[in-house]
Design a protein around this ligand. Structure first.
Ligand code: NDP
Ligand code: BG6
Length: 500
């Protein structure tokens, strides 16, 4: 996707703030290495990890490469890893003292050597309360006199609409919107990026993508693990801030938006914002909030068993939220955003259910459904009716199945962070959240957050490892989802129903 911002191809540095953290070792550095290995980073890139912890240089390298797995006999990649290690150093400093940033600038200058320009990418993988002091010192001490600056900011961007606006009011005067890359890592996922192509490259779908053909849309996030160890953070965040406001609302905007004028970052984000501005929450009384309790076998603790969670907390770890897009295309079509921790599976998918076939010719046909499986095992499949094979005229539900690993053998799908870092160097902001998108997303979930804070509704219990609160089926039925997958719907189909 194009953008008018110039790509950074050389004279490049990147500073990873919070380099002692979890994200750095699990995602950031493995993603940077993968890009380096594939020749997708500027060749002269200098990478500096920055944090307050005292870490010896060798330990730092050990730490940031521990999640990079290479086959024993892959000497080429091993060689690349040695080169990559030489590109990385660690600088210890605080997040609020000017001397630390003066020191960082000096360290950068030494590492960069003589350069005609200095292009610096600053990545803030830090808790949000230090975004402003860090950005302020960066602007004053490390901003290049000649060259480009990019500020990549981790989520969460604010806690609600007011705090997001306040954060922006402080960052705005420091870094131009063109320089700011707000991460929502879901936008870097292959199948999320694919939504634009599926919708606008395939007239068969674009013709049907509206209230006349679509009955309801589900966007589902399930994680098989709880909030163990993260309870402190999660309790104030809740599933609504942690997953729905950002990842699921972003997916909704890509499904609901009108065709953008072009695929440029601004046109794309304009289209998303327009859709979000017409989106509203359904009735609060229809929202399902849940909290996980101990698993049936007692092996997994309940949310409240975590010592970092305040006693008696009513924090929802599950939510099912109806939303509506009030425009001509979507009038009346429910978008059901479901997200839960400690569930029976790890799965993220979009399920577009089409309206039923007209009665008359066939009274026993199934609903068409287009499923976009974002993870794991990326796939797009269309559930459709065929004639039952053999001497029968009954409709049978099966699917047109595009499972990526079957179709694209030997193809490596990138990690979300690889795509995002690549884009940040390329100067492409289309997969980063613009401030008005975030404002819309906070506005959208605002009434629910206020209701949760004021009314403190009792979340419905569900067992760790279950499908969520019991009332979920009722919720889905109310919004028109028809669960009519027959028993034989499996791979390969071995037991067709008897033809009577
Ligand atoms: P960590 O909690 O591990 O924090 C990263 C580093 O920040 C720590 O190593 C620590 O470094 C420093 N730090 C921690 N707490 C504070 C504090 N109160 N004040 C100042 N510095 C602090 O977080 P992660 O590495 O897991 O994540 C980094 C950021 O990314 C977080 O803000 C998180 O919200 C976000 N995130 C995003 C995810 C996504 O999927 N997009 C997933 C997970 C996290 P030191 O003490 O050495 O300076
Ligand atoms: C993060 C949330 O944004 O996304 C985490 O803070 C969650 O709670 C994570 O686990 C899920 O990301 P992914 O890429 O594993 O689906």
């Amino acid at each position: 996707m194009s953008s008018s911002i110039q790509p950074i191809k050389q004279n490049a540095s990147m500073v990873v703030f919070g380099a002692s953290g979890d994200l750095a070792k699990k995602k950031t550095f493995p993603a940077l290495f993968s890009l380096y290995k594939d020749g997708r980073l500027p060749q002269d890139l200098v990478i500096v990890g920055y944090a307050r912890s005292k870490i010896e240089p060798n330990d730092f390298i050990e730490r940031i490469t521990q999640y990079i797995k290479i086959d024993d006999n892959d000497s080429e990649t091993k060689q690349k890893l040695e080169e990559f290690k030489k590109m990385c150093t660690y600088y210890r400093g605080s997040y609020d003292e000017v001397e630390s940033f003066q020191g960082l600038n000096k360290h950068l200058l030494e590492r960069e050597g003589d350069r005609t320009e200095r292009n610096r990418v600053f990545y803030l993988a830090l808790p949000p309360d230090v975004f402003v002091p860090v950005a302020t010192h960066l602007k004053q001490q490390c901003y290049p006199e000649k060259g480009a600056a990019r500020l990549i900011i981790e989520k969460p961007f604010g806690f609600d609409l007011d705090s997001a606006r306040e954060l922006q009011s402080k960052l705005g005067p420091l870094f131009h919107e063109n320089e700011v890359y707000r991460i929502d890592h879901y936008l870097g996922k292959e199948m999320v990026q694919n939504l634009v192509h599926l919708r606008f490259c395939n007239p068969i779908f674009s013709q049907l993508w509206n209230k006349d053909s679509i009955s309801n849309v589900q966007i589902t996030f399930k994680e098989p693990i709880g909030t163990e160890g993260r309870g402190g953070y999660f309790d104030s965040s809740t599933i609504v801030r942690d997953i729905v406001q950002n990842h699921l609302v972003q997916v909704l905007s890509l499904i609901a938006m009108e065709p953008p004028t072009t695929l440029s970052a601004d046109d794309l984000r304009d289209a998303k914002v327009q859709a979000l501005r017409r989106t509203r929450l359904g009735e609060l009384q229809d929202v399902v909030l849940g909290q996980y309790i101990k698993s049936k076998d007692g092996k997994h603790p309940g949310y409240l068993d975590d010592e970092t969670v305040p006693k008696g907390s009513k924090c929802p770890t599950y939510s099912a939220i109806p939303m509506f897009v009030d425009n001509d295309r979507w009038d009346g079509v429910p978008f059901l955003l479901k997200a839960g921790k400690a569930m029976n599976a790890g799965k993220v998918e979009v399920r577009v259910q089409f309206k039923p076939v007209a009665n008359g010719l066939f009274n026993d046909a199934y609903h068409n459904e287009l499923v976009i499986r974002i993870q794991p095992n990326e796939a797009v499949y269309l559930k459709m009716n065929i004639k039952q094979p053999g001497i029968s005229s009954k409709p049978l539900l099966t699917d047109l199945d595009l499972t990526y690993k079957n179709r694209f053998t030997n193809m490596k799908l990138h990690e979300a962070y690889e795509a995002l870092f690549f884009d940040a160097f390329a100067g492409d902001q289309s997969r980063f959240a613009r401030i008005d998108e975030l404002e819309c997303a906070w506005t959208l979930v605002g009434p629910l957050l206020q209701y949760m804070e004021k009314e403190k509704p009792e979340p419905k219990p569900y067992e760790y490892g279950s499908e969520g609160p019991d009332c979920l089926n009722e919720f889905l039925q109310k919004f028109g989802y028809s669960y009519d997958t027959p028993d034989y719907y499996e791979y390969p189909v071995t037991n067709l129903p008897e033809d009577k």
